[in-house]
Ligand binder design. Structure first.
Ligand SMILES: Cc1cc2nc3c(=O)[nH]c(=O)nc-3n(C[C@H](O)[C@H](O)[C@H](O)COP(=O)(O)OP(=O)(O)OC[C@H]3O[C@@H](n4cnc5c(N)ncnc54)[C@H](O)[C@@H]3O)c2cc1C
Length: 232
């Protein structure tokens, strides 16, 4: 799977800083925007989002390309409603080879599981191809495809929704592929606009405590997770 930040709002920090200052200044937002110093923008974003006023960072949007991910992962991704999505269509794009499927690491690591998984995928792939050859349309032949089927998707979220998304999907409780995608998205978004994603990450990083309660995986260390995300 590959994740790439394609585009994000130009001058995102100055823009969100302007939004924050608009609430307390008598001047016009356009003048505030022209005059705002980048460091002042960062400072005001930190202050206002620290109060929990997340709406000011909704003015910055980020568009990612997520490539060669499984349908299992994108099905979870699209549950996030404050976002826009465009996904490769199984009605138009056929699955030609076994390279068109994702194998989870737990299966790759177990020779017996890998054997069963690969032979089932081979059967599915051959049956899918046979259905296409019989004249069955792609939109119907796809009914036999597994969650492992690879896909490409473009997602756009604003910074507030991204922070929420990172809180639940960078967490150790999230599914591995979803977590990998979310963590890479956070890394790239934070590099682009650090002030918008300061302390972003799972709840132990963002809120300072694990919100998962009894569901927290035994192997998850809050100290280690904090270190990882703060250095991302
Ligand atoms: C570890 C994990 C396990 C999961 N397991 C399951 C599962 O077994 N089954 C399942 O069905 N789902 C499961 N989910 C998906 C989960 O229930 C949510 O659908 C998904 O994470 C989207 O999150 P959200 O609803 O908080 O936020 P988003 O859709 O990203 O929305 C962001 C925020 O906007 C607000 N919002 C959005 N829409 C509304 C609305 N209509 N009304 C009021 N407020 C709104 C809420 O505050 C929400 O938190 C799981 C998620 C995780 C992280």
């Amino acid at each position: 799977m590959k994740v790439k930040l394609l585009r994000y709002t130009a001058d995102a920090e100055r823009l969100c800083g302007t939004a924050a200052l608009t609430t307390i200044k008598s001047g016009h937002p356009s003048e505030i925007f022209e005059g705002i110093d980048p460091d002042n923008a960062k400072r005001i974003i930190r202050k206002v989002t620290g109060y929990g006023h997340g709406s000011v960072i909704e003015h910055a949007s980020f568009t990612f390309s997520i490539e060669d991910a499984s349908r299992a992962m994108t099905h979870q991704l699209v549950r996030h409603r404050i976002a826009s999505y465009t996904q490769q269509s199984q009605r138009y794009v056929a699955y030609d080879t076994l390279a068109d499927y994702v194998t989870p690491p737990s299966i790759t690591a177990d020779p017996e599981a890998k054997k069963v998984f690969s032979s089932t995928l081979k059967n599915i792939s051959e049956t899918y191809q046979a259905l296409l050859k019989m004249g069955v349309p792609k939109e119907d032949a796809r009914f036999i495809l597994p969650n492992a089927a690879k896909t490409n998707i473009i997602v756009t979220m604003n910074a507030r929704e991204l922070r929420h998304f990172f809180k639940v999907r960078c967490c150790a409780r999230a599914q591995w592929e979803m977590r990998q995608a979310a963590t890479e998205m956070l890394k790239q978004a934070k590099k682009a606009t650090p002030a918008l994603f300061e302390n972003a990450g799972p709840s132990c990083v963002e809120l300072g405590f694990c919100s998962e309660g009894k569901m927290k995986p035994a192997e998850c260390s809050v100290t280690e997770t904090r270190k990882t995300f703060q250095n991302l």
